[in-house]
Write a protein that binds this ligand. Structure first.
Ligand code: NIG
Ligand code: FE
Length: 427
């Protein structure tokens, strides 16, 4: 019989329990905070969430994890990262601060192009060694499921190299790692310089990269950076339709800096998520609501780029859109692995309630990855993905901003990150 573990002694258990799908509109308010309950885990799954005294009696032989008065919550789902990169790009932060815009840095061959040059020169082993501590750092901030994109390779070999690193991370780490192919992150400079280069690159993506990636099952999702100056709406549609025909699920970087019809496209394609959306139009919001496409908001990116026009989260929630929060962890626009800091920004900049922010970081993040039927809730049948916080009340999670209060996390019932080693003792 698989091992049974009983998590006891939490002052609050934030269950996020409810329907196993994205929560929309007013459904997002309720994070299901409970007191005096224990959580019973058997093997990889949660099997009961019930009165603590009763479970202690009926499960007298279970191993005990004492949550020592902390807050137990579902592990966070970081549904948008670009964690496979080489060196940092701190020089660009100063450039932007002194007035050179993000897109201008890219036009000068920096930005994504700089990370592409760097990644192409590195081996798979080197990229793995760089990415592994980054994902562990996410786990140390309570993240137990992470989506990781390729997109700094932009050749067949370099995209395959990046996706193989993600597959190795998935096998090596206790956290759940899901891969996204983002070959359409930029038009590489060598194609930008050619007369028909844009078209040639789109054809390379669709006809050469995609078939190999689909055949080798190196990605679950496909994503495109749909933005004026990068991929147009028509190019994005062509790439994503081909990806869908190859069996990949769809995501889209949409309306990050300019309203360009990205959210409308994500809705029309029935994408799992549209991400960024700082400049989304009213039509875009309506399209996301009617398609049930998750709006993944990345306020850390806006903060880091020094932009004040955050995504209109309240208008989206009022329109019935499901909102998720993620880090966008990447070397150019969001070099942070601090998931709770993103919750802080969700509350202070996007005007979410704490309950909404918790649902956005768990259930709705899972839905943005098509995993809402097994991840994101502390409820029977769900994966035992848990994070224990050294806090008395869940409202402290966004409050102590920038702090590292995660005491431990578990994915599929296995320790993912343990800050406090004396937590577990046999009964
Ligand atoms: O999500 N928008 C495109 N991609 C990343 C930035 C990548 C970079 O600057 O390296 C983002 O912000
Ligand atoms: Fe991104």
């Amino acid at each position: 019989m698989p091992e049974r573990t009983l998590f006891v002694g939490a002052r609050q258990v934030v269950t996020c329990a409810g329907p196993a799908r994205a929560r929309r509109g007013a459904e997002m308010c309720d994070a299901g905070v409970r007191a005096n309950v224990a959580v019973l885990v058997e093997g990889e799954h949660i099997v009961a969430v019930d009165d603590e005294a009763a479970l202690r009696r009926s499960e007298a032989s279970a191993e005990i994890v004492d949550c020592v008065g902390g807050v137990l919550a579902p592990g966070f789902v970081d549904s948008h990262t670009h964690a496979i990169f080489g060196r940092a790009r701190y020089e660009e932060q100063e450039l932007r601060a002194t007035g050179v815009p993000y897109m201008e840095i890219a036009r000068r061959g920096g930005g994504i192009h700089a990370s592409v040059r760097d990644l192409r020169a590195r081996s798979e082993a080197e990229l793995f060694a760089l990415a592994e501590p980054r994902l562990r750092s996410l786990a140390a901030h309570g993240v137990t499921t992470v989506e990781v994109k390729s997109g700094y390779g932009l050749t067949l070999d370099d995209e395959l190299k990046s996706l193989r690193v993600i597959a190795k991370l998935a096998a090596a780490l206790p956290m759940r790692v899901r891969a996204t192919w983002l070959g359409a992150h930029e038009i590489p400079l060598e194609y930008r310089e050619r007369a028909n280069g844009r078209r040639e690159y789109v054809e390379l993506l669709v006809n050469e990269m995609l078939p190999v990636i689909a055949r080798e099952q190196l990605a679950s999702y496909a994503d495109v950076f749909c933005e004026p100056g990068v991929f147009t709406v028509d190019e994005s549609r062509e790439i994503l339709e081909a990806a869908r025909a190859s069996g990949l699920q769809l995501k889209l970087h949409a309306d990050e800096l300019t309203a360009g019809g990205g959210a409308e496209l994500a809705g029309a394609l029935g994408a799992l998520s549209a991400d960024h959306l700082a400049a989304v139009s009213d039509e875009g919001i309506a399209a996301l609501a009617s398609a049930g496409t998750v709006a993944t908001l990345l306020p850390g990116t806006m903060l880091f780029l020094g932009k004040r026009d955050h995504a209109p989260a309240r208008r989206m929630i009022d329109a019935g859109v499901s909102v998720a929060l993620a880090t966008d962890f990447n070397p150019g626009t969001s070099p942070t692995t601090n998931f709770p800091l993103v919750l802080t920004l969700g509350v202070s900049q996007l005007h979410l309630s704490v309950g909404e922010a918790m649902v956005a970081g768990t259930v709705n993040g899972a839905a943005a990855l098509g995993l809402a039927n097994r991840v994101g809730q502390i409820a029977p049948g769900f994966s035992a993905d848990l994070a224990l916080w050294d806090l008395e009340d869940v409202r402290e999670l966004p409050y102590w901003y920038g702090a590292g209060r995660c005491r431990a996390s578990w994915a599929r019932g296995k320790p993912c990150h343990v800050h406090h080693l004396a937590l577990t003792f046999p009964r």
